[in-house]
Design a protein around this ligand. Sequence first.
Ligand code: G4P
Length: 530
Amino acid sequence: MDTKELQKQIERRRIFGIISHPDAGKTTLTEKLLLHGGAIREAGTVKARRNSKFATSDWMEIEKQRGISVTSSVMQFEYGGKVISIMDTPGHNDFGEDTYRILTSVDSAVMVIDAAKGIEAQTKKLFAVCRMRGIPVFTFMNKLDREARDPLELLGELEDILGMPATAVTWPIGSGLNFQGIYNILKNEIYLYKEKETLKLDGSGVSDPRLDEVITQFNLKALREEMELLEGAGYPMDEEAVLAGELTPVFFGSALADFGVTAFLEHFLDMSPAPGPRKLADGGSVLPTDPEFSGFIFKIQANMNPAHRDRLAFFRICSGEFTRGMTATLSRTGKPIKLAQSTQLMANERENVETAQAGDIIGIYDTGNFQIGDTLCTGKETIFFEPLPTFPPELFAMVAPKDTMKAKQFHKGVQQLAQEGAIQVYHNEFNEIFIGAVGQLQFEVFQYRLENEYNAPVRMTPQELTVARWVLDADKDKIKASLDSRSKLVFDRFERPLILFANQFTLSYYQEKHPDIKLTEAMDLKDPEK
Ligand code: G4P
């Protein structure tokens, strides 16, 4: 492909993830987007796969289902000339560190909010990651066909709770039984819910007298007042601020009724960024049009069959082109690796990928060479992409082999799962091992895999600790002297000290008492020695 063609292909691409609290409607919206893109033919396809997912807590079952979820991990479709990849961010029970990490591979995020509930806990956590990475966030207020909260209040909540100014692109006319449609502010059009008609308004906008005939006085009065308020006190659309992740465009609709979804999709495709430059660890960056191939691994999926140790590494191509069988350098080791087996992570079956390019995500089979955050590249100079962040776990357990004769297998398993990024591993001064996770399933998977893959059954002792902070600069004795019975000192696998606290309250109390000990919530996922 010549540079011009490559540029054209890159500009067509959009990679985004959907973030939401369970039940806000992520699956339903994904499904409607896939339907519009012609990627699926029937509603219910995505859902059917999901529903069977956790019918049993048996690990093989989980893995089997995960096998399916691997193929649906990236859903690609075309719409309006754009090639769109939706990265699946696991929800519900399988919420884990992976969920956060996927957000390091996207160029934008769609935040789905249940308009009856507003911002919920999981949305808040995922949003914080987008904020940290400067990812543009688009908001879809869902379930307007049900009784919803006041739209102005919902908009205000984005700013009050998330600290994110919001600008409305579409606006609801009533909700629930009174739901009559959506006003597209940017296009000055009304979509009527029951009539399924579009009304282009005159220059007076919502003062257009024709509205009196189709919308109830109650709804119309509210709409006109709300538009006046937004004009006076709302944030105007500012596409630069959107791209900088400093302003979120807000859309209203009903994913279930497929209403307001097209308007959302079209504006989203217009405003969301195509793959851009990617930062390097040394401060430089790589342009997607750079002819040399480069990219990084952001997720490693263990094989569903324990008899085969091979794993699937999720790889985001940041520049150049990929061709099957090519050789690239694994930057961490400096060694060449042949990328012979690769797969497209979409559709219903895994297909071998022959070629792919900057702005695509592919799966590369791994026999144990890769780690999360690894860079692969071609070219004379070896490059390193910015390290992926480590997210603070909230659940901790002390772990030990049930059978001391199995200590060797146990340590090998722990080390490998830590490398895979399946779990955080720490140790204390006495070399007792602790693991940390953001979701309970990570623990279950850990226990199951150690027993089944490494033949080392584990004894797990849950800890009454929920907050972890790395210590930036303080000596060990000083840290030790500062601890009490509700905090614990451990070290990560790079020997960096962390303090585990019982809860936020204990943390705040500690910080007040020891202002000289600097703590941080997130750390780069890298070996400081390298
Ligand atoms: P999630 O992936 O974010 O967890 O949410 P999901 O799409 O599974 O939706 C959760 C529930 O909310 C589902 O109902 C779904 O049908 C419903 N829902 C999603 N969008 C809308 C909407 O716009 N309006 C209304 N009224 N409901 C919506 P369920 O009863 O849990 O599942 P199902 O039996 O309908 O499949």
